[in-house]
Design a protein around this ligand. Sequence first.
Ligand SMILES: Nc1nc2c(ncn2[C@@H]2O[C@H](COP(=O)(O)OP(=O)(O)OP(=O)(O)O)[C@@H](O)[C@H]2O)c(=O)[nH]1
Ligand SMILES: [Mg+2]
Length: 267
Amino acid sequence: MRSSVMPLGPTVSRDRIITSFPKWYTPAACLQLREHFHGQVSAACQHRNTGTVGLKLSKVVVVGDLYVGKTSLIHRFCKNVFDRDYKATIGVDFEMERFEVAGIPFSLQIWDTAGQEKFKCIASAYYRGAQVIITAFDLTDMQTLEHTRQWLEDALRENEPGTCFLFLVGTKKDLLSGAACEQAEVEAVRLANEMQAEYWSVSAKTGENVKAFFSRVAALAFEHSVLQDLERRSSARPQVGDGDIIRMEEHLPETQDSKRPSSPGCC
Ligand SMILES: Nc1nc2c(ncn2[C@@H]2O[C@H](COP(=O)(O)OP(=O)(O)OP(=O)(O)O)[C@@H](O)[C@H]2O)c(=O)[nH]1
Ligand SMILES: [Mg+2]
């Protein structure tokens, strides 16, 4: 469904246009089992009543051990490239991705962080204000799965409780056979449930599930932004009957302290 109104700024590429609610990877570890956008969100989009959501950036932070494939995952999605050679990320880097969700422009600012211990303090300065935290591990190295607990704890420490969508992502899916992948996923889904995160397996090398994953991230972050914006605007609007409140005070016997303090200068 192309929006009838010209989108703000550059048009988005076809594979960034999200018209229906993207599906989860596995219902065993997913944040929204719904198959459609929230009713209020659909209505707000239809009536172009999404406030400033189209102008805001939704911050996504990707964390995890060095060498698990964070940069490769982001570059596969944002640039559609895959580099076999390992170039460790120094500090942080970020990519901007524009979407059109249910006809409304929406942008993700995807922060790629360094997994190397010596860059951890630089990277953690960028965790604050994240709407989405993605903890990545290497499906071929289950120790990196164990380490995701600490990565998530560090990232959550910089954000208000309950304000971030959490994803646990197993990378390098192309390196595992079906049975080995299923076995690794059982463990990962269990941990995802413990973290209250949604689980995905991806391959930056083949591109498997990469677009579907980031569409899901964008749709959930968009939906949350619209609901937050609706909530903020409805609570800011004066409610009916909020005008001058005419107090129908019974005639209480006047006592010393019930008398209104006389304003200075009046009779
Ligand atoms: N086969 C395969 N190799 C991958 C995949 N993703 C990443 N790699 C390889 O794994 C190595 C590390 O990938 P990076 O994306 O640089 O890892 P990183 O998590 O960004 O590492 P740091 O920046 O040091 O934290 C590189 O040699 C990649 O080519 C994948 O999906 N499949
Ligand atoms: Mg990197």
